[in-house]
Design a protein around this ligand. Structure first.
Ligand code: UDP
Length: 274
């Protein structure tokens, strides 16, 4: 399936046709691009990229920002540019749905990074796509790989590495040798997005996806919220309660709400002066 890699330079990145052919809309939320996709559309776009793009091209970058990440990107221009340059930016989190409703933007459904990853693992097992796991602590990633192998016995997990490394070259060499179809990078935001963008030219994979703390969940170290909380968009509350170390980040949520409301007021004023 893989074609041999060109030594040296990479061809330009993927064409946007995979995204446009699915007829999705890229909108802006607080100046951050978001692709208004649902799960089937996201899977279809990523599947098309894997099946059609060659390994010589730069990989497509897929990011999954939630409200906290949107605020970080809003406050940091270079992070904002990184998200702007991504091929697919997926709305992860119920706060984004709320913001879209307030600002009348066409995001209808949230596409949680962990669920997207689990669906992609199923798809990868069915279609024979190979995957590489990068991120989390050494013990955690080992456990995530071992449990994923049990759940998906035919899945090709060609390699993995923890996310606390100093030498990029070591990881890049490993990925270059293994040429995975999908690289899942779970090193937290913005570290994973910065790392993938910085090394994009040297990454021999077809798609690279930022998946935050998903390896902690796959390893069983972090439990997801009960279904009733997930269905009511309260997963964020569960995580704050279960992982008190996250509390200091919770400040970002009221800030997200206030930024959205300020934008709403600006929009209303703008409508009045028209
Ligand atoms: N992590 C990592 N390298 C680092 C810092 C963090 O691999 O230098 C991992 C960490 O072990 C955890 C994940 O990144 O598995 C961050 O999870 P979090 O839920 O905080 O992700 P976010 O909310 O930022 O998406």
């Amino acid at each position: 399936m893989h074609q041999s890699s060109l030594k040296g330079q990479k061809k330009p990145g993927i064409s946007l046709e995979h995204i446009e052919s699915i007829n999705t809309k890229r909108i802006k939320l607080l100046d951050i691009p978001i692709d208004a996709v649902n799960f089937p559309q996201a899977l279809s776009i990523i599947g098309n990229i894997i099946e059609k793009e060659t390994i010589e091209q730069k990989p497509a970058l897929v990011f999954t920002p939630n409200a906290e990440i949107i605020v970080k990107a809003h406050d940091d221009m270079s992070f904002r540019e990184i998200l702007q340059d991504a091929d697919l930016v997926i709305p992860d989190g119920s706060s984004l749905l709320w913001a879209a409703k307030v600002l009348k933007k066409p995001i209808k459904t949230r596409v949680t990074g962990i669920d997207l990853m689990q669906l992609l693992l199923e798809e990868a097992e069915k279609c024979g796509w190979s995957v590489y796991f990068l991120g989390a602590k050494h013990e955690v990633i080992k456990e995530a790989v071992s449990l994923t192998r049990k759940r998906h016995p035919s899945l090709k997990i060609v390699g993995y590495h923890h996310g606390y490394f100093d030498d990029d070259n070591l990881i890049l060499k490993d990925i270059k040798n293994l040429e995975p179809d999908i690289l899942f990078a779970g090193m937290g935001a913005p570290k994973q997005e910065v790392w993938l963008t910085k090394n994009r030219d040297r990454l021999n994979c077809r798609v690279a996806i930022g998946v935050g703390g998903s390896f902690d969940v796959l390893s069983g170290n972090v439990k997801r919220a009960p279904m009733w909380m997930q269905n009511r968009g309260l997963e964020w509350l569960y995580r704050y309660l279960k992982e008190p170390s996250r509390i200091k980040r919770s400040i970002l949520l009221p800030r997200f709400i206030s930024l959205v409301l300020k934008e709403k007021i600006r929009n209303l004023k703008g409508e009045k002066t028209l």
